[in-house]
Design a protein around this ligand. Sequence first.
Ligand code: 28F
Length: 651
Amino acid sequence: MDNIKNGYSEESIQILEGLDAVRKRPGMYIGSTDQRGLHQLVWEIMDNSIDEALSGFGDEIRLTIKSDNSVIIEDFGRGLPYKKHQSGLYTTEVIFNMLHSGGKFSEASGYKVSGGLHGVGAAVVNALSLFLEVTIYRDNYIHQQRFSDGGKKIGPLKNLGATKKRGTVVWFKPDPKVFSTTLFNYDYIKERMKESAFLIPNLKMVLNDERNNQKEVFQYERGIVEFVEYLSKGKSFDEVKRLSGTYQARKEHTISIETAVSFTSSYQENIISFVNNVRTKDGGTHETGFKSALTRAFNDYARKYGFLKEKDNNIEGVDLREGITAVLSLRIPESILEFEGQTKSKLGTPEARAAMENVIYDQFTYYLEENVDFANNLIKRANDAYKAREAARKARLEARSDRKRNKREVSLSGKLTPATSKDNTITELFLVEGDSAGGSAKQGRNRVFQAILPLRGKVINSERVNLDALLKNEEINTIIHAIGADFGEEFNIEKCNYSKIIIMTDADDDGAHIQVLLLTFFFRYMKPLIENGRLFIANPPLYKITKGRGKNENIFYAWDEEELKKHTEKNQVTIQRFKGLGEMNFEQLWETTMNPKTRTLIQVLIEDEGEAEKKVSTLMGSQVMPRRDWIEQNVDFETDDDFIVKEHSYE
Ligand code: 28F
């Protein structure tokens, strides 16, 4: 407010216009204004602390979530410069108020890229906050400046007295007028901090949630090697290998590479990559280079030692990589950094491919030569993987052939009750536990757009069998055919027959088990369904409450104890507890659970890819010990499973 009262300086007008642009179009700066965008604010501030640590200043970062959902981030670096800039403004004002493009921050480290905001992150956070306070410990004094209401400065930078400390503290509270939710998610922040601790060896990350007094510290001496140990815990059958080196790209640009690799008993390939400590979710040139280096080194080795009989018969990369767990971490100078794709999470820099192909080829070749048992074992595994893949391919071909197609339609016709509409932007498929609930669902549904598939037999655990065995499971087969979009690598969401796939089970242990088995299947073989937000869990009520009698009878439903209490407090009522879907008649089922106007669906989302991957393989895989350990450490039957973010979509 000060700078408005004290005359309309050009700077203050520019500042307000800049921050106003952020408030008008927050999505342009932080991607979205949902939970993801909200947390982007945290990453923007935390990245500055991480950059300072990477430059060699400060080995600890603390993050505190306060009870009012504000956040404090603290580092022990040099402290943000605070003196007056040549423009007459304090550096704090430049950093927290101005959308200076080009990123003065970025040049300092040479590597900074995070989030693509190029150093304006702090100003963006300020613009989208109810208040923001920056405290700097530097030159033996404490300096502080405060902003409020979308970044308006409350007063000048103040000197709060002497200190011996060094570092920077930023405290902010996101503006609820901007975000659809201002609740910070502990697990989401935790995963990110843990990831940073893995990527920067010895960096101590301290997370403190004052809303429920949870506190955790992450610090790893051996960096990504420990990351891979963590991801492959209990299923790795050999030591984690560290393959690393540097590569000279254009002129003076050096790319440095660090990878950690392990082969596990799982059937899945799990490669997680980072560039300058930022996750590249969609892979890119570095992943391509990594894969081709492994394949080439392995084939050369196999040929050299006579494992490949025919000259041009190669082992395929996918077979070699079955069960691989790897973390790739690259440092690429900003001047040759390129990102692609809608979310800019795919690396485009061509040199990264050459860098990986060179470094990894050499290192992996060396490792194979030095570890004959490992190499032989890998050849055997690749061969098994190839056989399973061939069997699955044959099964797929058969399933596609026309003669079989007729057969399939016959086999589906006994089970699936289709919707009359074929418009896959409105149709919904209900996967229903058991025949009796299936019957009520059939009667209660809206036949135009709702299809019902009752599941009778056991759903197989997709994590414990190979493709071949999976396809022999009747229930899985029926689901694949009903959805009609193939599965695995060939899954094509465009062909999906439904806009929503809804899992509807009883609210008991068996129902939960079926949900988990189906989720495992969809996670492994139809992941785009989840990524596109098309997988849901139906949410039937737990109670039916009847008030009054005869003509005055009124019926209510309650989904939890709290709702039940509201209805029962003052009134004389009858309460019926639903144990299963079968206890509702078809009208009740329609009204409470299937009718888009009145139902609540739980949308299945993947919050943290690495964590979800780890949980699925630990909890659903074939080894018992890691699962038992996990359950002992983690399961609190009072809370929701954090693998699924339970989001209620009220339609
Ligand atoms: C909780 C958030 O933002 N920490 C930061 C520093 C330290 C320096 C710096 C930051 C100078 C002019 C760009 C100090 N001394 N935590 C943080 N710690 N930024 S942000 O410099 C930024 C440049 O504009 C710093 C010497 N060099 C750099």
